[in-house]
Design a protein. Structure first.
Lengths: 199, 125
């Protein structure tokens, strides 16, 4: 480890330790599609799975469908953070993509930079609800199609057609387990959000 | 490769009751609703004799001596966001914490100038 470099990064961190501007990014997608992995790949803090509480009376749990009706149940929410200079902090929130979780999303989506919709190419239909949510609310989003081993390879255009997306929505074929790739997806989202903001 | 299914089941049953004991039965905030990324800071006032704070609230107040967000506070205290929001609402009502205004007013979309900065730094990472 380079001592001088680490020392300067420490003082830098102290400088930036006070948040001044906060930004949100949503990471949406069906169960097991890689939300936790993506958030963990870019987060500087240990990725957390906090429990968000649901008070809906009969809530299934993603594809498991295991939890019976309860007055209160919980759903895991992935949380990650990136700190930039000048007190800018970017927070990532990974939430389940089904409609019954939308009441959580509405709150997270307000003022958000946008969303990364993670797509499993073997189960495209599980991402329709998320895409509708963001389209209806005019929230910028990018599609990150996670390439699972053994799954058939598709081109970005094939995915775009299958999801019936506007031509300007970025579609990235990727493996979000890599930090580099996950960062690239984040860059694509911020670029896209900027383009839309400058229209 | 992780197995999210296992973690899901493992963490499912535990906190079903506890969070709402912490909020004394309330399941949603009644007044001020803080955003997950609202920046909050302790006002420095001391709670009066008639204000009773729970252990969790005292901890949140302690953490708010440095500006912080509900998202960060939830992750530090290991409490659900919704519970943290409700507890923070109390602290706000008691005048113990306040919101730190951000350069750009909260709005539907973030300030493009800040997005530009983020983009520059993300590319350099």
């Amino acid at each position: 480890m380079n001592f001088a470099a680490s020392e300067s990064s420490v003082s830098q961190r102290q400088d930036d330790d006070v948040p001044l501007h906060t930004l949100k990014v949503l990471v949406a997608g069906g169960f097991g599609v890689g939300k936790t992995t993506l958030v963990g790949a870019v987060s500087e803090v240990r990725p957390l799975r906090t429990e968000e509480t649901l008070t809906d009376a009969s809530v299934g749990v993603d594809d498991l469908g295991g939890i019976e009706s309860k007055t209160t149940t919980t759903v895991a929410m992935d949380f990650g953070r990136l700190t930039f200079s000048g007190g800018v902090r970017l927070y990532l929130f990974g939430t389940p993509g089904q409609e019954r979780f939308w009441f959580m999303w509405d709150q997270i989506a307000y003022g958000a930079v946008g969303a990364i919709v993670l797509v499993d190419t073997r189960r495209l239909s599980t991402s329709f609800a998320s895409i509708d949510f963001f389209e209806e609310r005019g929230i910028p989003f990018v599609i990150a199609a996670n390439q699972f081993e053994g799954a058939r390879r598709y081109s970005a255009d094939e995915i775009r057609d299958a999801l019936d997306l506007d031509s300007d929505v970025p579609v990235l074929m990727c493996d979000v387990r890599s930090r580099e790739v996950a960062r690239g997806v984040l860059v694509a989202l911020v670029e896209h959000a900027l383009q839309l903001a400058q229209r | 490769m992780e197995n999210p299914r296992e973690r899901w089941i493992g963490r499912e049953a535990g906190p079903v009751v506890r969070p709402y004991a912490v909020t004394r039965g309330r399941t949603r905030p009644r007044g001020l609703v803080v955003d997950l990324v609202t920046i909050l800071v302790a006002t420095g006032r001391t709670p009066g004799d008639r204000v009773w704070l729970s252990r969790e609230q005292r901890r949140l107040l302690e953490l708010c001596r440095r500006p912080s967000t509900p998202a960060d506070l939830a992750s530090e205290t290991d409490l659900p966001f919704r519970v943290v929001q409700i507890l923070l609402e109390d602290l706000h009502q008691y005048g113990l914490i306040e919101e730190v205004p951000q350069a750009a007013e909260p709005s539907e979309r973030p300030d493009p100038r800040i997005l530009m900065r983020v983009l520059d730094e993300l590319r350099r990472l």
